[in-house]
Design a binder for this molecule. Structure first.
Ligand code: SF4
Ligand code: SF4
Length: 400
């Protein structure tokens, strides 16, 4: 494992464990599986574990795993204040204490204002006294480093970055998002101020692995580097000295092992002109085909009408990146035949989802387009018949 440094010159593994995608066992996290994955990463040198108040069951699960294995003082926990739920000063302490209880600890190494998308959100927090609250928590040692995670435009990022003496920040960044969100400009601005930057969505929610167009996959396969698609995405980040930690939402041992191997080999400045040219080719082929720039982050969910927004967009994109049949068949399996209907036509256009989308997607309009493409008339009829058959009410006992 390679390490870079936080503001206090503490070593941070360049690979961070994103704790939002653990495998579920029914409604709860499969704790034994998560424990194996976390401990494999820990043995390989990963010391940064990222969670949040709103990741279902995640804080509680990792709190238990760290306690069971007696490693709390050997790792660093990053978790987040659900700032969108805060409307009073008292709420700051209430959520923080709940998080400490879930995590079975009395301090948080890296604490973030979660999901800021514009300056107004930060101003609202300041209005309820967050600055004094942070100072007090840092003085008492309950918070060691304070930062924010960000999903808005570059301009607002720079305003928030320059408004406070942050210890670190977290941004969405990958080779497709070089000029969107905080972007390379935001990354470099933070680094110039000596602020470590943690990267989320390094592979755009897996899209840079699972949904690459065939010609992009072929270009990667035939390249003499012999790197996997994930490896290209991660090494592109590690290549940049301004990047401190790259988070990966790992949920299999294979993924942990591959990511740890990459993080033990990658070097700053290892990319050649040919490497950059290959990624340009990959980007061109993705952009040519993709219909909606959805990362699958699910911040738009739940929809009050049950529309499976990211699921529908994933299938819509798959129609153009993979094939029409592939996209439609994925749609039937993952959206069309779920017990609770989740179709785009259930949308009442309330607009709630669009307020939360970090990519600023016109979700309502794109849902209509997606529905037209995914459910032409014959599919609509077939899905309706299949649903009637699958979800018919069981016959009651006969009374003769
Ligand atoms: S606009 Fe439509 S999809 Fe979005 S939250 Fe409202 S009902 Fe759901
Ligand atoms: S529509 Fe936006 S908020 Fe919803 S999953 Fe896609 S990118 Fe995330």
């Amino acid at each position: 494992m390679k390490y870079r440094y936080d503001k206090g010159k503490n070593e941070l593994s360049i690979l961070g464990f994103g704790c939002m995608r653990f495998t579920k066992n029914g409604a709860s996290i499969d704790l034994d599986k998560a424990e194996k994955e976390i401990m494999t990463a820990y043995q390989a040198g990963v010391n940064y574990y990222d969670t949040a108040y709103i990741y279902p069951g995640s804080e509680t699960a990792i709190g238990e795993i760290f306690e069971r294995n007696h490693i709390r003082d050997k790792i660093r926990i990053a978790t987040k204040l659900p700032q969108y739920l805060i409307s009073s000063n008292a709420a700051l302490d209430r959520y923080f204490k709940e998080e400490l209880t879930r995590l079975r600890t009395d301090y948080v190494d890296y604490y973030l204002m979660h999901h800021l998308t514009d300056v107004a959100m930060w101003e609202k927090l300041k209005a309820v006294g967050v600055l004094e609250w942070i100072e007090e928590k840092k003085r008492s040692g309950a918070i060691r480093n304070i930062g924010f995670s960000y999903h808005g435009n570059t301009e607002n990022f720079l305003t928030i970055l320059n408004d406070y003496d942050w210890d670190f920040c977290q941004i969405q960044y990958n080779y497709l998002d070089e000029v969107s969100q905080a972007g390379a400009k935001g990354l470099k601005a933070a680094a110039a101020k000596g602020i470590p930057v943690v990267i989320m969505e390094p592979l755009r929610g897996g899209k840079l692995v699972n949904m690459l167009p065939e010609n992009a996959k072929a270009a990667i396969r035939s390249n003499s580097r012999n790197w996997s698609a994930a490896e290209w995405g991660l090494r592109w980040l590690y290549n940049q000295p301004e990047v401190t930690v790259v988070l990966s939402g790992m949920n299999s041992l294979e993924m942990v092992e591959e990511n740890c191997r990459i993080a033990s080999q990658a070097e700053v400045g290892e990319f050649t002109e040919e490497d950059f040219a290959l990624l340009e080719e990959v980007k061109r082929s993705i952009r040519e085909k993709e219909k909606v720039g959805c990362t699958g982050c699910r911040y738009c969910m739940p929809c009050p009408k049950g529309v499976d927004i990211p699921g529908i967009f994933r299938c819509y994109n798959a129609m153009y990146i993979e094939s029409k049949g592939q996209g439609r068949s994925q749609f039937i399996q993952t959206v069309g035949l779920t017990k609770e209907p989740a179709f785009a036509t259930q949308c009442i256009e309330c607009g709630k989802c669009e307020q939360h989308c970090p990519q600023n997607l016109p979700i309502r309009q794109k849902l209509k387009e997606a529905d037209r493409a995914l459910r032409p008339l014959p599919y609509k009829v077939a899905i309706t018949i299949a649903r009637k058959f699958m979800f018919r009410k069981p016959a009651g006992p006969s009374h003769r």
